[in-house]
Write a protein that binds this ligand. Sequence first.
Ligand code: DAH
Length: 339
Amino acid sequence: MQEKIKEILTKAKQRILDADSMQLINEIRVRFLGKNGEITALLKSLKDAPADQRPKLGKLINDLRGEVETILIEHEKNIAEREKQKKLKEERIDITLSKNNRKIGALHPLNKVIRDICYIFIGLGFEVKDGPEVELDYYNFEGLNIPADHPARDEQDTFYINDNILLRTQTSAVQVRTMEEQKPPIRIVCPGKVYRPDDDASHSPMFHQIEGLVVDENITLCDLQGLLDAFAQEFFSSVTKTRLRPSFFPFTEPSVEVDLSCVMCGGKGCSLCKGTGWIELLGAGVVNPRVLEYSGIDSKKYSGLAFGLGVERAAMIKYGIPDIRLFFENDIRFLKQYR
Ligand code: DAH
């Protein structure tokens, strides 16, 4: 019987160590310690052993039982832990979210330029004004001293909705609306979309302008140049200079074309300024007294200055952008550069 006990112990140890699941451990427990198990059977067979050996054998069998029980419990713990780890690994949920997958948007370069320019004028005491894009002929033309037969109408081909209503060709229309509503002193900038039937590398049928208007007592051409110098030095660079050239607009008298010293070569002459050292930036002038009078402002007491800046043009000069269409193609690779 002692042989048998040793044999069972060896067998049970081997089986337990080989077991790799709780199910096998349970089967082993039944097989050795269950009601019909091998160790239980040994105990039952004690009655057939010689009486003097029974206590000793009984103790051996009980020790065997205890040892098998201990090893089972020990190994059971290992397997339970292993199964838990396996389950945790299999059911793992990735709760992290890579921050690199989130694309962060930005203002369109034109909106950024409009904001930058408006902030500069706000800093100079200006107010930002808005006006309709679908406009009456009166505000876009008549009120600006451009009557129906005026040749200036040909220079700004127009999208008409009917004889009286059009898509505004210039933000100058907001000047007239403002002067009708507001009495001097007036200091406004008006950013917005304007429309003309042109389409090539430097013209788009829809583009943006920023109109400026100052009406007060004793406003002169000197104020205009001082104002535009301050703006150009803030927006382009602190060494930028401006130059006025005589021009013509029906709503200003005198009228000027304002040039910038070239932002690329500083005035020496390069491909951007076509060797002249200057770049044409905007149209401006002293408000024609007739325009003041049309809107009910006394032109003997008040005078004004006005300017109209192309936003795309200003952005193209500042950032060296070669083609106006780039602004409207929505190519992320282009737009991303101006974040
Ligand atoms: N409205 C003109 C244009 O679109 C630009 C302009 C010129 C505006 C002179 C002005 C100005 O206010 O005084 O070409």
